[in-house]
Design a protein around this ligand. Structure first.
Ligand SMILES: [Zn+2]
Length: 631
């Protein structure tokens, strides 16, 4: 893999170069965002990005402070860039990913379901197939992945080594695909991933890793007929067919965010074609870390369900897996999450400030019953307090939040409810009313610590700038989705979608893909710092979570660090280089191998040979109808 430098932050002490005004990329994105403020600019430098967002704010007549915005953009510049993986060096990159001790531990505990009696099944081929399908981006087709696994000697040797050494004969294609759903291990994948992000945070203590979160969702069409929702339960069940968890969803991107298309709704076909999306399948929802640009925790759900509710299990997973010192400052997301119940949950149960794009921009809730003695008459759509005596929107002076301690003075664990009536917004009337307050309970989505407006003293303006910077940074989520679709060929549309019907198998591939992003970055960071990782012998690997019998988070222990810096004098890349020699016959499987975009094109003979590798006795029981992979 090739190291890439993290983007250079804007120099906020200087003004941005004037030439940016004529930069075609800047002009293009400023126009697009003027039409739809929810778009996420991509392929821009930090300077271009900041300039575009300032232009858009200016056109909107926004009170965003230029210097503070540049400063918050500089503060939130991603600290890491994903290393570049190369198709021609696939085996080497996989080797490097799987040489990370966390990943080795994951592999060692990655066992498929086994029957009550009889010998433990050998899952090496199924695991290898899952790795190639989920991590390599070779193809969305399982038969291509199987051919790569069994014909690329370097990859099969890696599977042999990870499985304890010794020569193995790959199982048949049918048997390997049958193993996929049994190898599902979502919780282990999340635990390993969070452990690696914590390790990155330890290696980059000042980068802000784990402090600023982002949440977003992506459509994942299933391998079933892409037909709309059934009129009744029976019809819907029939339409789901072999993918019982694949619901239908139609959305339209409007200027204030996306909305669901209701059944029977009529509208212009043009609008739908330009701004609509329909799929039957799943919604992948992910909480990511902004500073590293890496996924933290995720889950897939029936696409017909409200994806925003995934924030409940995801926050719970993240807090549990991160451990005692879980204390992010904020979480950013689009307007799907801008609802009172999510904003309340984040503040009251986790002490994390919500930074979501305003959803109901024109709603004016009645706040009178939340104002003590009626001094606050109303709030503006952006959440400014209006004083009852002077009927004036006031500048904000601050926010009060509950202390996260219980009656005995002990720290509340994440997820435990603090005193929600203690959360207040403070504002000041200069005409004599003095300081006024309003409980956030009156409107959790508008009365936020990071306000939806910039009216107030410097600290308030900074918070508003930080809000705008974090909403800009949501393009980091787009980066993760792009890598999943373009790099791993997962979650793509039409004929390219993953041809697997069982949701467990589908989820497994997504788990491995997202896990590999973190592992690749960790491998890259360790290589950059010349931290060599020694792999524990199989069976002796430290368990990821409970190293000393405690439930304390595992990674930043000095012991682990010592293990990783000790022994082996050569960097991992040097040790892997020897195993990736590809012989002439294997090389012939890659016509045009120079291009990173080219896929292996195998002849039908090669495919047939690949599938014949296993004795035919295995065939009879391998033709289970429950996991059909179309070939
Ligand atoms: Zn007043």
């Amino acid at each position: 893999m090739e190291h890439r430098n993290a983007p250079r932050p804007v120099n906020f002490k200087r003004s941005l170069p004037a030439r940016l005004k004529h930069d075609p990329q800047v002009i293009k994105w400023a126009q697009r965002l003027a039409g739809n403020a929810h778009m996420r600019p991509k392929d821009l430098s930090e300077e271009q990005l900041a300039f575009v967002m300032l232009e858009v704010a200016k056109r909107r007549g926004d009170e965003l402070d230029r210097d503070l915005f540049l400063k918050t953009m500089a503060e939130t510049t991603p600290a890491l860039a994903a290393p570049k993986l190369e198709r021609q060096r696939l085996a080497e990159d996989l080797e490097l990913i799987w040489s990370q001790p966390e990943m080795r531990t994951f592999w060692d505990g990655w066992d498929g379901a086994r029957a009550k009696r009889g010998p433990a099944p050998d899952y090496a081929t199924g695991r290898g197939l899952a790795v190639v399908l989920g991590m390599s981006g070779v193809s969305a087709h399982a038969d291509d992945a199987y051919a790569e696994l069994t014909q690329n000697r370097a990859i099969w040797k890696l599977v042999e080594r990870l499985s304890g050494g010794g020569r193995r004969i790959p199982h048949s294609y049918e048997n390997a695909t049958k193993q996929l759903p049994r190898l599902a291990c979502h919780d282990r994948a999340l635990a390993t991933n969070v452990q690696m992000i914590r390790e990155l945070a330890r290696l980059h203590p000042d980068a802000g890793i784990g402090e600023r979160l982002m949440i977003d969702g992506m459509a994942v069409p299933a391998w079933c007929a892409q037909v709309r929702a059934g009129k009744d339960e029976a019809e819907e069940r029939a339409r789901r067919g072999v993918c019982p968890e694949a619901g239908a969803r139609a959305i339209i991107h409007a200027s204030n965010g996306k909305r669901n298309v209701a059944a029977g709704e009529r509208g212009s076909a043009n609008t739908y074609l330009a701004k609509g999306k329909f799929w039957r399948g799943y919604y992948l929802v992910c909480i990511a870390d902004q500073a590293s640009g890496l996924p933290l925790v995720w889950q897939t759900m029936d696409a017909s369900r409200d994806e925003a509710s995934a924030i409940i299990p995801l926050m719970s997973d993240l807090a549990r897996l991160w451990g005692e010192d879980f204390a992010p400052e904020l979480i950013a997301g689009d307007s799907a999450w801008d609802e009172d119940n999510w904003c309340r949950m984040l503040e009251v149960e986790y002490g994390i400030h919500p930074v979501f794009r305003l959803h109901h921009a024109d709603r004016r809730p009645d706040v009178s019953k939340h104002s003590r003695d009626g001094t606050v008459a109303a709030i503006t759509p952006s959440g400014r307090l209006v004083c009852a005596a002077h009927r004036q929107a006031l500048p904000m002076v601050g926010a009060e939040t509950a202390r996260r301690v219980d009656g005995a003075g002990d720290r509340l664990r994440p997820g435990k409810t603090s005193d929600e009536s203690a959360f207040r917004i403070r504002a000041e009337c200069s005409k004599g009313c003095g300081r006024l307050g309003l409980k956030m309970q009156a409107d959790w989505s508008r009365l936020t610590y990071y306000p939806h407006h910039g009216h107030g003293a410097g600290a308030i303006q900074w918070r508003y700038a930080m809000r705008q910077a974090m909403l800009t940074r949501l393009n980091g989520m787009e980066g993760i989705w792009q890598r999943l679709q373009g790099g791993k060929k997962l979650g793509t549309d039409d004929a390219d979608r993953t041809r697997i019907r069982r949701k467990e198998a589908h989820d497994l591939l997504i788990d491995l893909a997202l896990l590999s992003m973190t592992a690749a970055t960790l491998a890259d960071v360790r290589a950059q710092r010349q931290i060599t990782v020694s792999t524990p012998p199989r069976g002796k690997a430290a368990q990821p979570s409970t190293a000393n019998g405690s439930t304390a988070p595992p990674s930043p222990s000095p012991k682990t660090a010592a293990r990783m810096t000790a022994s082996s004098p050569s960097p991992p890349s040097a040790t892997t280089a020897t195993t990736t020699t590809v012989n002439a016959a294997e090389a012939s499987a890659y016509p045009g191998g120079e291009s990173t975009r080219s896929l292996p094109v195998l002849s039908s003979e090669q495919l047939a040979r690949a599938r014949r590798t296993e004795p035919s006795s295995d065939r009879a029981d391998s033709l289970l109808p429950d996991l059909m992979i179309d070939v």
